[in-house]
Design a protein around this ligand. Structure first.
Ligand SMILES: Cc1cc2nc3c(=O)[nH]c(=O)nc-3n(C[C@H](O)[C@H](O)[C@H](O)COP(=O)(O)OP(=O)(O)OC[C@H]3O[C@@H](n4cnc5c(N)ncnc54)[C@H](O)[C@@H]3O)c2cc1C
Length: 806
């Protein structure tokens, strides 16, 4: 054997073992075998063995390795480790990781993904969705809510309380509905079909708020008192964290409480004087109980040794003297109850603290733990429900509305935004299903909830904007018949609340993802913080060498994928989806490598390099969104008719991953490292394209043609075919139009002239008189004309009606 052949075998073996993540000892043993073979063939000399020993012995003898490699590196690590405040640490510690950790590790286990059970509704949940939810949708008139009442009607409020809409998360033993996260998501999606005010009003008490906090941290007495009252709507809750000086930086709230003695209900008790000024608080104007976050001080040491306890959460009845609520903000013409609240030295007993006095100072931990669940449900579900409904409505409208003698949905220019709506509707539903499914499996997925919150609210904003463009003036002129404008106006609300989106993308997704999902970083940080020197070194050594092996493996995997076009791999299915799994594997390895290289080269500075962090977060996010789409396709029986939607969602996600990596490399601060990254990841340049025009056309056609695939897009949405509910009525008109098109063509042919596709009743009369069509066909044309006209009509008003009236 020649020297050259031997070297090739060595390199191939290295890549093979690195690709398969062989351990250090396996690596070393394999090398010894190769060296022995080399010696036998007279290729490896004494110097070769000497050189090998210099490298292998320090790496494999733990005492040498720790003293000469790990200990100095631990020092360096401590010096570059990012500072972490207690609140940041608590945010990192909150929640669990799930499938996103697989995506972060560079080698996702697809069998695991497809084995997660498909979420299902119980009989009780389904009955609720088909009963009370359907009923309250029928009772709600969004124009009346947003334009006339600036609130839900008193009947709707009462119905929501009577049917326990505010108690979906409350356990049965306290009189609640105790629904799964998946069921809550379906309820919110359906409510979103009708009114954002309705969906927000129901969503908030079921998300982060007094009920959730009490169930996790409340004392028995607090639970027994409040939860049954919250379940029946006797108490209306709100949760007040945000203040004028502390929005995104919520942990810096200036609101405070001072422990002191005072009189409450005629008795002297140990309590606290609370002073707060909060704003933007949903349900505050109508709340009877205010969940309040403030910083607790104990200058006289009445409850312990500490002066400052930090963020604490308490429940304050709003009828206590000194509590100011009632005034309202006016959020973008979506007038759900939202407003400020203040209090100045309001004295309450210490046992108003959620969980009692021993939970003083635990407020931030409580909030971030609950947020890791709630953030995956409410806003993603409201956004998804909105987009599912508008996908059907926009598809129907595009088929019904004609210009230049054609349905506007046949025009390529319109098909592009229409496809964006259809593909995103499919993807968004996949993501809410998978994420709420994770919660129902017992996870508190803090990284997934940030991904879902950011991406689904952004997609909602894009889709509603696309829908507006497609509807033209019909979307702009407001009134009872406009089912889009309020969603368009209100889109920035979801973008801003529960962690404003720029912050969520720039800091939270990757910031938490990198530390929580990385297989070694958390262990390294923990070791570096350990004050026991021996234990710190042992743990750091273990994590560090795991980390080095992991990094080498991801570099080798990335190179292998780049130079083989990522084709030579096993995937769970050999069909049209194969290529998608291959590319997701490739980008997952790229993410793991990019992440390690960014951390190694930027250290603690990475935290401040928000745009690097945001792009790494984008890669992780789109890997997650794409995986959820593949899971949905499989869970729904791999319906080939749905495949254009999968194709659109996957190709859009993969393209955006490529774009994020490309931008990241172009802007990487260290240009030498950037060159290496480009060579490893894109040796032949970028090559993925956006979804093609042909895919766009197929998706646009799906939205415009009644079918099972189209029905799956709108599954469980409120679509009652009632002339008072324009979106439902559109569904009927779409079916009628489709049925009418051949009749109309027959009429035109028979009459020997082109008739415009409007005034279909006149077409019917003429064609019937000429004996070209039957009475039944003529009736259908006339009925369709009524629906068609309603679909394209807009409201107009008397000037007087539009003037603000007291
Ligand atoms: C309609 C509505 C309902 C709400 N309901 C409630 C409620 O019920 N209870 C409650 O406590 N709060 C509530 N909020 C508050 C909401 O959570 C905050 O508005 C939100 O946290 C943002 O704070 P801010 O508006 O002060 O924006 P700011 O904090 O001033 O942020 C402004 C911009 O700067 C960006 N930004 C800030 N820091 C960073 C950073 N480090 N990196 C990158 N970008 C950054 C943000 O993303 C944002 O785009 C509500 C708000 C609204 C508008």
């Amino acid at each position: 054997m020649e020297f050259f052949t031997w070297v090739v075998i060595v390199i191939a073996l290295c890549i093979f073992m690195a690709y398969n993540r062989a351990s250090l000892s396996t690596f070393s043993l394999a090398f010894i075998a190769l060296m022995a073979l080399g010696t036998f063939l007279d290729i490896v000399s004494f110097f070769g063995w000497f050189f090998f020993a210099i490298i292998a012995i320090p790496l494999n003898v733990s005492s040498i390795r720790k003293e000469y490699i790990s200990a100095p590196l631990l020092k360096v690590f401590r010096s570059i480790m990012p500072d972490m405040s207690t609140t940041e640490q608590e945010a990192i510690d909150a929640g669990t990781t799930w499938f996103e950790a697989e995506l972060f590790k560079g080698n996702p286990n697809w069998t695991k993904l497809h084995n997660y059970p498909k979420p299902r509704l119980s009989a009780e949940e389904l009955a609720f969705l088909n009963g009370p939810v359907e009923e309250v949708c029928a009772m709600t008139n969004d124009w009346e809510v947003t334009h006339e009442l600036a609130d839900l009607s008193p009947e709707v409020w009462q119905y929501l309380k009577d049917k326990k809409f505010f108690a979906m998360i409350i356990k049965k033993e306290f009189g609640g509905l105790d629904f799964s996260a998946f069921a809550q998501s379906r309820v919110l999606q359906k409510l979103s079909s009708v009114s954002s005010v309705l969906a927000s009003t129901v969503g908030v008490p079921n998300s982060l708020g007094p009920a959730e906090l009490l169930q996790h941290y409340g004392t028995e007495e607090q639970k027994n008192y409040y939860l049954p009252r919250l379940a029946t709507g006797e108490e209306i809750p709100c949760f007040a964290l945000t203040s004028p000086e502390a929005g995104s930086d919520a942990s810096s709230i200036p609101d405070f409480g001072v422990v002191c003695k005072g009189e409450f209900e005629g008795k002297e008790v140990l309590g606290m004087k609370l002073t707060w000024d909060k704003r933007y608080i949903t349900l505050a104007p109508v709340a009877t109980v205010l969940g309040l976050a403030f910083k607790l001080r104990d200058p006289d040491h009445l409850i312990g040794e500490k002066d400052d306890y930090g963020i604490t959460c308490a429940l304050i009845p709003t009828d206590i003297e000194g509590v100011i609520t009632g005034r309202r903000h006016f959020p973008l013409n979506i007038p759900f109850q939202n407003g400020p609240t203040q209090g100045n030295e309001v004295f309450v007993p210490l046992d108003f603290i959620i969980g009692g006095a021993e939970m003083a100072g635990q407020g931030w931990r409580m909030l971030v733990e609950c947020l890791s669940v709630g953030r995956a449900i409410t806003l993603p579900s409201n956004s998804t429900g909105g987009v599912k409904s508008l996908a059907l409505a926009t598809g129907a409208y595009a088929r019904i509305r004609r210009q230049f003698k054609l349905s506007i949905g046949k025009m390529e220019g319109v098909q592009e935004p229409l496809a964006r709506i259809g593909g995103n509707a499919y993807l968004m539903d996949a993501v809410t299903t998978m994420s709420t499914g994770a919660i129902d499996l017992g996870e508190k997925p803090s990284v997934i909830s940030a991904i879902a919150k950011y991406h689904l609210t952004e997609k909602m904003r894009q889709c509603v904007s696309d829908a507006m463009d497609i509807h033209g003036g019909k979307g702009i002129c407001m009134g009872k018949g406009n089912y889009l404008a309020r969603n368009y106006q209100g889109a920035p609300i979801a973008i801003t609340v529960e962690g404003a989106n720029i912050l969520t993308r720039s800091m939270i997704i990757y910031g938490q993802g990198a530390i929580r999902c990385h297989p070694y970083v958390l262990a390294e940080i923990a070791a570096a913080k350990n004050e026991d020197a021996k234990e710190a070194l042992d743990d750091f050594d273990h994590a560090l060498f795991g980390h080095i092996g992991f990094s080498i493996s991801n570099i080798c995997r990335s190179l292998w994928f780049s130079f083989t076009g990522s084709r030579l791999q096993k995937t769970p299915f050999s069909d049209q989806t194969t290529r998608y799994y291959q590319l997701l594997n490739r980008f997952s390895s790229n993410l793991a490598m990019l992440s390690d290289i960014s951390m190694a080269t930027l250290g603690g500075e990475l935290k401040r390099k928000e745009r690097i962090s945001a792009r790494l977060g984008d890669v992780l996010s789109y890997l997650y969104l794409a995986s959820a789409t593949l899971k949905r396709y499989n869970d729904e029986g791999r319906q080939i008719e749905d495949f254009p939607l999968v194709q659109w969602a996957l190709e859009d996600s993969l393209y955006k991953i490529q774009e994020a990596i490309d931008d990241l490399i172009s802007n990487f601060p260290n240009k030498g490292v950037a060159l290496f990254l480009r060579f490893t990841i894109f040796p032949l340049g970028t090559w993925l394209q956006k979804p093609s025009d042909a895919i766009d056309q197929k998706v646009a056609e799906i939205l415009q043609t009644p079918s099972e695939t189209r029905s799956r897009i709108g599954k469980w949405q409120y679509l009652k075919r009632d002339p008072a509910f324009p979106m439902g009525q559109l569904e009927q008109t779409l079916e009628d139009i489709v049925a009418c098109e051949p009749i109309y063509t027959k009429a035109c042919k028979g009459l020997g002239k082109y008739l415009p596709f409007y005034k279909l009743n006149l077409v019917a009369e003429e064609a019937l008189a000429a004996g070209i069509i039957t009475q039944e066909e003529a009736d259908l044309l006339s009925k369709t004309e009524i629906g068609r006209k309603a679909a394209i009509d807009v409201d107009d008003f008397d000037s007087e009606d539009l003037r603000l009236k007291k």
